[in-house]
Ligand binder design. Structure first.
Ligand SMILES: NC(=O)c1ccc[n+]([C@@H]2O[C@H](COP(=O)([O-])OP(=O)(O)OC[C@H]3O[C@@H](n4cnc5c(N)ncnc54)[C@H](OP(=O)(O)O)[C@@H]3O)[C@@H](O)[C@H]2O)c1
Length: 447
């Protein structure tokens, strides 16, 4: 089968390779495994760092890449093509999203345990649903199990606009928390996905801006500043405040020192000190969590955010462009590759009209759906360099609206949609900011 692989760790431009003869996954299909035809796949920062051979990660995955090469990509959306004889929850032809435990997303087929997959939300195209599973489950686990986030608690999400942060913001809203998120350039997007307050971190350090604010939780989704944790007592509630991080606070470096001296030592030390509890997150495949994510997306409460440069072409160049963009940390939301560019943009024929999310309903104050959000034209497939006019043509049919229930970034027309009662932090004006009335908040999901 065709796949994007790497045979050794190293710089992206040197190690990424396209092959046509990678052994097809179904050769080793066992009793409770399913084989899927992958339609779209997304990459995460972990793939990028691992391919580069970051020492701390290779300690877990092995000092050398396995013989024959490794395929990156953990988060996929596709169609079940074969099932093992013990599989109960899925059958051939089902459209699914899933997390692959050991990568394998940038390929035509993948096989994994049935528990790694759940039915795809029917209101989303494969392109949008491919971005959901890995980061969705990571954000869900951090907020639910590590942070134990409660309704009306106040949470500060650092780097709220990345692939992980954009989902964390929405899940925290679903849990009825009061969300403040940081960004450098994506204030409109954060406002659109429901953040109550947005702070632009280029205006100064957040710990100075929010000094004395007494947040219940800080979720660090990518601010690699080594001072993050040391400063968090300034803004967290004393005693009950929690600091949860996905990254070692060492200027985003994945080094042994960062893990040992920052993450492990802080975890050990904080229960015996007056500092807030320091918790780290590592995403684990969990079928129930994956189901919760799919359910929220199906109800329109979780809108995948996909960077405007997606979908990337299923080729060596497409993969290199995607990984370099990922490494530059410039993506707003997730980066997605269309393995099958036609199917990636199609919506399930069985979807009923009630799943349609109209622009009017989604964006208050916009006069037409096209004004409220930017949508990808179903014809603009497979090309990384599609012009923005093709990518963001107005929606013209119900199918297209359904197909684009996810949110594609790179738009300019959303500024009229600032919700009543929500204002952005800017400089020192936070004192006047009010929340949306409770009635307008997204209801808590039934987990
Ligand atoms: N442990 C786990 O299980 C796990 C799971 C998922 C992710 N992660 C980690 O979480 C981190 C974020 O992942 P992601 O997928 O969200 O990354 P991402 O999508 O690549 O993040 C891109 C965003 O990062 C922001 N950014 C860039 N430089 C920044 C800085 N100096 N300070 C704050 N924000 C900055 C930018 O936002 P603005 O343009 O708004 O500034 C950009 O949009 C990664 O380090 C990843 O390895 C860990």
């Amino acid at each position: 089968m065709k796949a994007i692989i790497y045979r050794r760790y190293g710089p992206i431009n040197e190690v990424v390779e396209e092959v046509d003869s990678y052994p097809r996954a179904c050769i080793s299909l066992t009793g409770n495994q399913v084989l899927i035809k992958i339609v779209a796949a997304s990459l995460s920062q972990r793939d990028y760092k691992l391919m580069q051979g970051k020492l701390a990660l290779t300690l877990f995955s092995g000092p050398k890449v396995r013989k024959g090469g490794k395929i990156p990509g953990c988060s996929v959306s596709g169609i079940v093509t074969a099932v093992g004889n013990k599989v109960k929850s899925l059958r051939q032809g089902d459209e699914v999203i899933g997390m692959l435990p050991d990568g394998g997303g940038l390929a035509e087929f993948a096989a994994a345990n049935e528990k790694c997959f759940v039915l795809k939300p029917p209101n989303l195209t494969h392109m949008y649903s491919a971005s959901l599973s890995y980061c969705g489950v990571a954000a869900f686990q951090a907020l639910r199990y590590q942070a134990d986030l409660q309704p009306n608690e106040r949470i500060l999400i650092l780097n709220g606009s990345g692939g992980l942060g954009s989902l964390a913001v929405q899940i925290a809203k679903c849990m009825k928390a009061i969300v403040t998120a940081t960004t450098s350039k994506n204030e409109k997007m954060l406002d659109h996905i429901g953040a109550d307050f947005v702070f632009n971190y280029t205006q100064g350090p957040w710990w100075e801006e929010f000094q004395g604010s007494e947040f219940d939780v800080i979720l660090n989704c990518g601010d690699g500043d080594s001072h993050c944790w040391l400063h968090c007592p300034l803004v967290l509630k004393p005693k009950t405040g929690r600091y949860i991080t996905f990254v070692p606070d060492e200027d985003n470096k994945v080094t042994i020192k960062a893990y040992v001296s920052n993450m492990l030592w802080r975890k050990v030390r904080t229960p015996f000190s007056s500092l807030p509890r320091y918790k780290t997150c590592k995403v684990e495949i969990n079928h129930r969590n994956l189901l919760s994510i799919a359910k929220l997306a199906k109800k329109g409460r979780l809108k995948p955010v996909v960077d405007a440069s997606s979908p990337f072409a299923f080729s060596e160049n497409g993969a290199k462009n995607m990984l370099l963009k990922l490494g530059a940390k410039e993506a707003s939301g997730k980066l997605v590759m269309a393995i099958d560019p036609v199917l990636a943009q199609k919506i399930s024929p069985s979807v009923k009209p009630k799943h349609c999310i109209s622009g009017k309903k989604d964006v208050k104050g916009s006069s037409s759906p096209a004004q409220g959000r930017a949508f990808a034209s179903p014809t603009s497939t497979g090309s990384h360099n599609s012009s923005s006019s093709t990518l963001f043509s107005p929606i013209s049919s119900t199918d297209e609206r359904r197909a684009n229930a996810g949110l594609k970034m790179g738009f300019n027309k959303i500024s009229n949609s600032v919700r009543e009662g929500t204002r952005r932090f800017s400089g020192k004006i936070r004192a006047k900011i009010r929340r949306k009335p409770d009635g307008e908040m997204i209801n808590a999901p039934q987990f």
